[in-house]
Design a protein around this ligand. Structure first.
Ligand SMILES: [Zn+2]
Ligand SMILES: [Zn+2]
Ligand SMILES: [Zn+2]
Length: 423
């Protein structure tokens, strides 16, 4: 006997967590994968197209003794919690048109062809007979979308929580709490992402000239403001969090001529007059700002005609919290073991993200169209979009960050706009 005969079926194992009497079959199919399967949980041949089909996409008609796959007909979906799922497909028989559930639900309700004796499995298979069906019906199943949760449990390492309301959280206090962790990262120009991927593009797009008036919105500890000042610009930085205190302290020592204000980015018009800046930058902050619509409107207001607004954000589609990344096997340090999974791109609820220091960051995820449409509404015309990709040079210098990761997915989105002039 080879050791592979002792591999158990993925589905049998999962179902047995819900139904205590579920028999676990040995896997004979797909044994080299992460989801080895038994004969029962393998594939069945469609009576119409002849395609072998996963058991969760094919139904059995006990009147016609025919299988029908969902490629050949139009399925319906029924919401119901059973085993590890919260819905099932009803697939009409290609011959008589009668709807039968896909085999995952059929097995749960005891109408699988192996259970009712319509067919006999060709391989030794212990078939579950749901004798406790009544009992099961009254159980509450905590495992909605179990498949996804299970995949995430394989190697997820960033926790996040969608919030229906902000409750006790607000952007200012979460950033105040993060400030002591954040400031040291930026003391010497930022972490890997900022230094090598975001800021070079931000500076290129902003392209400041000597003596241009630049507003740094949500300037934080002043990294960008200092750099732009060294490029010759006259910079005013605004931020509501404690981070700006670090910037103010540093300005006292370095005397670069930067003016900092503790000001909410949503209230720029309370301090600045209309059309008072040549350029505005909001670096890696708009996704942390609760009211981005007001912020964009206010930025447009303080910008001169033909003024430039550049902002960078975590990528709405490929970065947390829309997209999670995890490694299988868990803890692997090789990037080819890293997968990214887009969870719910359209979910714009505020989200707490815990990067591991017990001080969650609060983000407001938005779709790309939400951002772009807001720019359009405020006369800000798109000039360039940039999704920084790690160069070969970066891959060689920082393989663990860049190889098979930053060179194949954008973590950040940078947008350059120009304020429409009247004429
Ligand atoms: Zn099985
Ligand atoms: Zn078919
Ligand atoms: Zn039929």
């Amino acid at each position: 006997m080879s050791s592979s005969e002792y591999i158990t079926c993925f589905y049998c194992s999962e179902y047995s967590r819900i139904a205590n009497d579920y028999p676990i079959n040995f896997a004979s199919k797909d044994v080299d994968s992460f989801t080895p399967r038994c004969f029962l949980h393998w594939e069945y041949e469609c009576g119409k197209c002849g395609e072998m089909t996963h058991f969760n996409g094919i139904s059995w008609c006990s009147s016609c003794k025919e299988f029908t796959c969902l490629r050949c007909v139009e399925e319906k979906m029924e919401k119901k919690e059973f085993l590890i799922y919260d819905y099932f497909y009803k697939i009409p028989c290609h011959s008589c048109g009668k709807y039968s559930p896909a085999l995952d639900f059929a097995e749960y309700e005891g109408t699988h062809p192996f259970q009712i004796g319509d067919l006999i499995p060709e391989e030794e298979t212990v078939v579950w007979m749901p004798i406790h069906l009544e009992e099961l019906k009254f159980q509450t199943f905590p495992h909605k979308a179990w498949g996804l949760k299970r995949i995430l449990s394989l190697g997820k390492y960033v926790e996040f929580k969608r919030l229906d309301s902000l409750g006790d959280y607000d952007p200012k206090s979460t950033w105040d709490a993060l400030a002591p962790f954040w400031e040291p990262l930026f003391h010497d120009g930022g972490d890997y992402h900022h230094k090598y991927k975001i800021l070079p593009e931000v500076y290129r797009l902003l392209d400041v000239m000597k003596d241009e008036k630049v507003l740094d919105v949500a300037c934080g500890e002043g990294n960008v403001a200092r750099n732009l000042t060294k490029q010759g610009a006259q910079v005013i930085g605004v931020d509501i969090s404690k981070l700006v205190d670090y910037a103010i302290e540093r300005e006292k020592e370095e005397k670069l001529g930067i003016k900092y204000l503790k000001l909410n980015a949503e209230k720029l018009a309370s301090k600045f007059t209309e059309a008072s800046f040549d350029k505005a930058i909001c670096n890696m902050a708009l996704m942390d700002i609760e009211n981005y619509k007001t912020t964009i409107e206010q930025i447009s207001y303080v910008l001169k005609e033909d003024g430039i607004f550049v902002f960078s954000i975590t990528h709405p589609a490929f970065a947390w919290p829309t997209c999670t990344s995890f490694r299988v096997p868990k803890g692997s340090q090789r990037n080819e073991d890293k997968l990214r999974l887009v969870l719910d791109y359209f979910d714009e609820r505020p989200t707490l993200i815990d990067y591991g220091n017990d001080t969650p960051s609060l983000q407001f995820p938005r779709t790309i169209s939400s951002y772009l449409n807001e720019l359009v509404k405020n006369d800000l015309i798109l000039m360039e979009m940039c999704e920084p990709q790690a160069s070969e040079e970066l891959v060689n210098k920082f393989p663990r960050n860049a190889y098979m990761d930053d060179d194949i997915y954008p973590d950040f989105l940078i947008i350059k706009t120009i304020k429409k002039s009247e004429f």
